[in-house]
Design a protein around this ligand. Sequence first.
Ligand code: ADP
Ligand code: MG
Length: 638
Amino acid sequence: GATTQKHEFQSDVARLRNIVINSLYSHRDVFLRELISNANDALEKLRITSLTDKTVLNDPLNITIKLIPDEHGGRVVITDYGIGMGPEELSTNLGTLAKSGTSDFLKKAEGDAPGDTSSLIGQFGLGFYSSFLVSDKVYVASIPHPSKANPNPTQHVFSSVSDEASFEIYPDPRGNTIGRGTEITLVLKEDAKDYLDEAKIRALVEKHSAFSTSYPIYLFTRKTEEIPDPDYVPTEEEQIEFTDAEEEEESKDEVNIKVDVDEDEAVVEDVTETKEAPEEEKKKPVIPLKNVTTEEWVQLNDQPPLWTRDSKNVTQEEYDLFYRATFKDHNNPLALHQFKGDSGSGESFKALFFIPPALGPEFWQSPKPDTKGIRLMVKRVFITDDLGDDALPKWVSWLRAVVDADDLPLNVSRETLQSTRFLRQIKQVLIRRLISLLTRIAEEEPEKFKKITETYGPALKLGAMEGGKDQKKLAALARWDTNTRKFIGLEEYVASRKKGQTQIFYLAAVGKKPEELSGSVFVEKLHARGYEVLLLTDPMDEILVAQLKSWKGLTFQDAAKKGLKFGDEDTNPEDEKAEEARLEEKFKPLLTWLKEEAKDTVLDVVISNRLVTSPCAIVSDTYGYSANMEKLMASQVS
Ligand code: ADP
Ligand code: MG
């Protein structure tokens, strides 16, 4: 019609749709997960809007998601009463590729052999476009909630046919049928009609979407049942017996005593005996059965939210599914912890946090923390997943948590939360719980701890470096290789110290391998004397030990610094001095010559007793920065 607008798909979208349409059969299931996830997002957006705009939820519409398999029409209809879209939004959101993840997908999909696309779909998720995995034609009818700017929105339709490069947007000829939100109608492909099957939809939601939303998902069901025909008229005989039986049924719990008030003297008559009909006369009428079709909305996700359940009754698989759905990840978390807490100022809350499977490159590239680590709920209702300035500190901003506060008012805003100090306390509790979880894993599951440390070790060191009251606990989680062992923490080092040892020896060189450090001349003499030397290769290590200064009474000692004392020298100081003087005299010509030759590079040339097999070593001044530290500082200046 005159109001229909035809639009060309952005070229990216056309490419993506082709990939989707041509992709393998085995990944079709994901369409439902994607559409439910979008419905959930739309409901959450509505909820957030309602926090500031009180008119939004003042209507009677349910905050739900509804699925209708329309067998007759070969369609599946998915409706949410969420934020909805106006015609422009329909065009930009569904007609262009705004999603960065999807462009990543495109790059990979087109770079790889075509056969690999299917595995990529499993990994990335395709959002709205996955509709075309199962449908030839898709209609999206949508209407936003009324607002000041648009008090009388009209329902519009976005329609798209799978093999056409354009889509249409037009006012819905049916008028406003949704009220508010979005209704997606998928006209199923001939070979995708099995998605009309209730049992199939139910299984899919259970498998992929049980944790994608905390809003109820209702499935429209039709059941054909055999029930006793309600229109059947019993025969006269059946009627009498049936009525008797019913009366008896009703009087069962009452006292079976009748008082005859017509007599002067009330006659109390026990009628229990006489009312009891003989067994053989108590035949129920034989009512014929009739086939009836009942229609019903059945809630598919009727489990309470995972974090409110007793963790004993939650399986690892459920946690994994929850993590993947909630935090939109494709892999399972490395560890998790569920607990009930108290903010310290009276508000109790439930929390569930995860250590994600990987740390994105942006963690080390950007100095800013990821602000989306905590999903804040109040009494199970989503409030925000972006805490902005109140986010977790940088070093732990990768943590993924759901925090559900019990006692806060539902219309609480982030500003209010901030002023109640609730957020600050919550963060402290989360960090403390994370540290004790890691400490427990380190003790009880060394292999798992190793795996976590591979990814998060440097981040934990960053946390320790930042100081604060958790510094010691975080430092205790740091691990290094030594000249004799691998993956050693400070506790282990101190526990296996030599008798009389008063120092923790270390050698630091950023970017070197522990093996290289192990063969260094600085380690030689310590090794020969049976000392363990921590081999520090991470930029944070040296700053951390400089901050800690000591551990359990042992001071950190750089093995590469001048004037190294072992603490167990057996010669008496007088003899040693004499020997030093003798050697100095003997090698004076050499020292003078070396000092002159190398005067632009070194501060001094001295005779040392630290070396075992190497003839010389370049060391840093006792009070200066070590060479490694200087390298680090130089890199920060530039
Ligand atoms: P993503 O969800 O990752 O953004 P999608 O392709 O799934 O990508 O959706 C694209 C955009 O379309 C969404 O970001 C959203 O703005 C809009 N959208 C999709 N489905 C709905 C819906 N049911 N209600 C409101 N907006 C929607
Ligand atoms: Mg989506």
